[in-house]
Write a protein that binds this ligand. Structure first.
Ligand SMILES: Cc1cc2nc3c(=O)[nH]c(=O)nc-3n(C[C@H](O)[C@H](O)[C@H](O)COP(=O)(O)OP(=O)(O)OC[C@H]3O[C@@H](n4cnc5c(N)ncnc54)[C@H](O)[C@@H]3O)c2cc1C
Length: 338
């Protein structure tokens, strides 16, 4: 039997589910297609961190503004979709606190000096797995991989690997660093080819943890129930999911040394982020498909912004002020056919 809805979303990472939740909240029926299992979003540390990301990456001023805008959307987004937002800031530990403080201030973030470093009160966090669960509540799920899409009169038909067909008036593609499906318009396939996989590894370490997410030059530690997450590597071009326990151990030792915490052993987890050449995601309509792709290392932070842009594109409402920065047709993005 085939299922039908107003909108089909392919991909149940944070961008797919945040978009689905926003569309459901706006009164549309939504089906999400995803085989399930871990993805970058469920592996992530859940930091909503415009301040620390800006201090460490030192991006252009327009990108910082975008990160701040996304952060400002979070309290209302969390309340609207039943997520728990923890607004306890983030910390920095290490010898170069002054340099980090100067950069935070230059980008317009608040800072507080502490005994061992400093705190950036503007950052926040969520529990990624719990948030994904809450974001999925308003939509139906097809638990399979999408194999191909066909544009038909009045919408799209998606065929999944279990042989099922799902129909919808609009199609949202949120497949992370996944490969292109059969039947996509050429420019959408070109956009997907332009997405670089960036492998990231972090590890859950049981026991003592810092009181807030804390960055060091060696990596970060984020407190979670029963311990902390220590991460994370950025390995561009890799999409293999095999953990590297030796690299995890060495990062855990280095971070714990700075934080003066016991360096327990741990099982590493791997996720693959998608990234575009300018480091920003692509969100909006491209040749009849609405895309929500490649937020690099800020998928959780950017989710409310992307979800709003996606929902506006699906509904055909005038785009908000930040849609242009995420426009999938912006120059230099779409890879030529190879
Ligand atoms: C170790 C690590 C730590 C991170 N920490 C943070 C953090 O603290 N804060 C932050 O903001 N960001 C963080 N990130 C980045 C963030 O996780 C990503 O930017 C974000 O999860 C990407 O979301 P997504 O929805 O685009 O992709 P994904 O989460 O990868 O979801 C895409 C989904 O699409 C599915 N899919 C693909 N192809 C198909 C198909 N053909 N049919 C059906 N389904 C398909 C996949 O299976 C997957 O479930 C971290 C990432 C990693 C790896």
């Amino acid at each position: 039997m085939s299922l039908s809805s107003d909108v089909i979303v392919i991909g149940a990472g944070v961008l797919g589910l945040a978009s689905a939740a926003e569309l459901s909240a706006r009164g549309l029926s939504v089906i999400v297609i995803d085989a399930g299992g871990p993805n970058a979003s469920s592996v992530a540390a859940g930091m909503i961190a415009p301040a620390m990301e800006s201090a460490l990456d030192d991006p252009p001023a327009e990108t910082v503004e975008l990160l701040k805008t996304a952060r400002a959307l979070w309290p209302a987004f969390a309340a609207r979709h039943g997520l728990t937002l923890i607004e306890d800031g983030a910390g920095w530990r290490g010898p170069d606190a002054e340099g980090i403080e100067a950069r935070l201030r230059a980008h317009g973030f608040r800072t507080v000096r502490t005994k061992n470093g400093l705190r950036a009160p503007d950052d926040a966090r969520i529990d990624a797995v719990a948030a994904l669960e809450a974001l999925g509540h308003g939509s139906r799920r097809v638990p399979s991989r999408a194999r191909s899409v066909i544009r038909v009169d009045g919408g799209w038909v998606v065929t999944t690997e279990d042989g099922r067909e799902t129909t919808g008036r609009r199609l949202v593609l949120a497949t992370g660093a996944g490969r292109a499906l059969g039947g996509l318009p050429a420019r959408v396939a070109g956009l997907i080819r332009a997405v670089t996989p960036v492998r990231g590894q972090l590890a859950f370490v049981p026991g003592a943890a810092p009181d807030v997410p804390t960055r060091t030059r060696a990596g970060y530690a984020v407190p979670v129930a029963g311990g902390m997450l220590i991460g994370a590597s950025m390995e561009a071009g890799r999409r293999d999911l095999t953990p590297d326990p030796a690299a995890a151990r060495s990062r855990i030792r280095a971070v714990c040394e700075v934080l003066e915490l016991p360096a327990g052993d741990a099982e590493p987890r791997v996720g693959i982020r998608g990234a575009l050449p300018d480091g920003l995601p692509a969100a909006g309509e491209l040749d009849g498909v609405v895309v929500a792709l490649a937020p690099r290392r800020n998928g959780w932070l950017l989710a409310p912004l992307v979800a709003g842009v996606v929902a506006d594109a699906v509904q055909g409402t005038p785009p908000g002020p930040h849609a242009a920065s995420l426009d999938p047709t912006r120059p230099g993005l779409i890879a030529p056919a190879g």
